[in-house]
Design a binder for this molecule. Structure first.
Ligand SMILES: Cc1cc2nc3c(=O)[nH]c(=O)nc-3n(C[C@H](O)[C@H](O)[C@H](O)COP(=O)(O)O)c2cc1C
Length: 346
């Protein structure tokens, strides 16, 4: 069991869309945590190349994260008015909108490659893979983790054969992992307590964990490790855009929006979210493809108002430090916090 073998209880969150790099994953794995490569938005060939690059620089365990495909394409009528509305943004930015298309992010080819590469851990997000997929990866010696946001989703993931659950709270930066309804979002501590009471699988806690104090809380509530995303976004090894790095450093509110991708995701509130959030349809990945050129242009121009500034609720605690230092500091602070808390409990 890989979680038992980590020197520090820190898992690097997979950070698709630019921030995830082989160097970042390597730094966290070499520091004694678990580095993660993000296969999302990449081809299977690209993903395999990253796995080989990681293995060329580290013998430590690592994971690869895969997007489970959407069950069905969205009805074009449900998003047509939104695409029309974004036309003005495209004119303003001087770039065309992308084509609204539904794809499976190279799902079959990724599964084939991962089984063949026999990577230590594969985590899934945005859906529960079928039991056959889980069994096939496990037969290749791979530990399968499934990301969940409610007790009901946890039940589905366990029925599919997951070795561990990535428990994502409402505080988390980036896309919500939810796949069975969004009506009643759970905070991380609430969800951990409910799942720990069932004692059915190891739990990896994700969402707003950007300090050792927070990680100590998650560990005390039953998590075996913390999956940390936003706190690594300002590391020099991360591929985070400059405009995103700058926004993370300042205190600012975050909110959940479908405006950028058609799927709920938490980011720092900006003009694009404020102006379009209420009108945005549930249509992922169609809207992701439509807004991609706008976001790219925004990153190039350094215009924070049109970029998806994914961030968890504690983003202002993210430090511009090398990733190994961040991982070790978080683990050391968590140990201290647990010691101090145990003094208060007696
Ligand atoms: C920029 C960014 C990209 C993300 N990409 C992924 C991804 O590709 N796969 C995934 O499972 N989670 C992804 N997440 C969510 C993380 O796995 C995790 O749930 C989240 O970062 C935890 O909250 P925190 O950001 O407050 O630490 C992403 C989060 C961020 C901030």
């Amino acid at each position: 069991m890989i979680l038992d073998d980590l020197d520090i209880p820190i898992v690097l969150a997979p950070l698709a869309g630019g921030p995830a790099t082989v160097e970042l994953a390597r730094a966290v794995s070499e520091a004694g945590g678990l580095g993660f490569l993000a296969a999302g938005y990449r081809t299977a060939a690209d993903m395999a190349e990253q796995v080989r690059s990681f293995r060329a620089v580290s013998r430590r365990p690592f994971g690869v994260n895969v997007f489970t495909p959407p069950p069905a394409a969205a009805d074009p009528q449900s998003y047509a008015p939104y695409v029309e509305r974004l036309g003005e943004e495209a004119t303003r930015a001087g770039v065309p909108l992308g084509e609204p298309r539904c794809d499976d992010d190279d799902w079959d080819a990724k599964l084939d490659a991962l089984a063949e590469l026999a990577v230590p851990v594969v985590s899934f997000v945005f859906g529960c893979p079928p039991a056959g997929v889980v069994a096939r990866l496990r037969a290749s010696g791979i530990a399968v983790w499934i990301t969940i946001t409610t007790p009901a989703e946890a039940g589905q993931a366990l029925a599919a054969g997951a070795d561990a659950l990535v428990v994502q709270g409402y505080e988390a930066g980036g896309h919500r992992a939810s796949f069975a309804g969004e009506e009643a979002p759970y905070g991380l501590l609430a969800l951990l307590q409910l799942l720990d009471a069932q004692q059915r699988a190891p739990l990896v806690a994700a969402g707003g964990l950007a300090s050792g104090r927070g990680i100590a809380g998650a560990l005390a509530a039953g998590a075996r490790a913390a999956q940390v995303g936003t706190a690594f976004l300002r590391c020099p090894e991360a591929g985070t855009a400059e405009v995103h790095r700058a926004a993370l450093a300042e205190p600012a509110p975050t909110a959940i929006t479908r405006a950028f991708t058609g799927k709920p995701a938490r980011g720092i509130v900006n003009r694009f979210m404020r102006e379009h959030g209420d009108a945005a349809p549930a249509a992922y990945p169609e809207i992701h493809h439509v807004t991609a050129p706008l976001r790219q242009a925004g990153r190039r121009r350094g215009d924070a108002n049109v970029v998806n500034l994914w961030a968890g609720q504690t983003h202002e605690l993210a430090a511009a430090q090398p990733a190994a230092a961040v991982a070790r500091r978080l683990a050391g602070e968590a140990r201290d916090a647990l010691r101090r808390a145990s003094g208060r409990a007696v």
